[in-house]
Design a protein around this ligand. Sequence first.
Ligand code: BTN
Length: 258
Amino acid sequence: MMGPCHPEIYQFDVLDSTNTKALELGERGAIHGSCVVAENQTGGRGRLGKQWFSSEGMGLYCSYIVRPDLEPQDYPKITVLAGLAVAQSLDEVAGVNCKLKWPNDIIVNDCKLAGILTESSGLSLPADKRFAVIGVGINCNQQLSDFPEELRSSVTSLYLAAAKKFDPITLVVVIRTRILELIHQLCQSGLHNIIERWQEKDYLCGKTMRCVVTTGEIVVGVAQGVNKGGELLVIDAKGKSHRVLTSDIRLAGSSDFT
Ligand code: BTN
């Protein structure tokens, strides 16, 4: 299993979480660009401790191990980059128009198509031991009835959006190529270009939302888009600008706004 001299795709029928397996393989030295794919997950993990609903054989569940030449404090930039890489890949392969809901949910037709959970390991260790895992969950070939009832009003799939079925492994490879290209770009020339592309896909900009900001306050305001560092800004009713913490964002008009 270990010791590939080129990035491998490790395929499994079932795992609890591809992120957990990728963290394990990363600790054991899996190289930059290696990835773990499972047909099904029994304990798929989402952001903020949530579960990620995984339906056997119909979704794409994969985790990329990346070893960018970055200082530990720059690792959060990988989260921003990962959203763009997935959105661009899905636009290209499926002919959809993905939007990015900060920090990195992928939205099509106002519904969630994909989610990303980025985790890192060994950040306090020497550079050759550090790595990040980019976990990508894509609703691929599901019909609406394949999702639990409580999710049906807020999710979509590539099949629903593009009216055809997709081969998950083809997507895994396209996304990997895009992630590696953007990491190369980030390490060579910084986040600037990536942020510009990200801003073109910003789903939240101009929308009224409730969120927790960096001071810990709960603020209702209008999203102003992301700044050069990839932080989301929100302006409150008094005109004061705040930086949003990575946390649950509730949109005005949605059932969970209050
Ligand atoms: C989110 O939107 O909250 C992030 C969801 C990330 C889910 C993917 S599925 C593949 C990988 N393995 C996991 O356990 N989680 C990520």
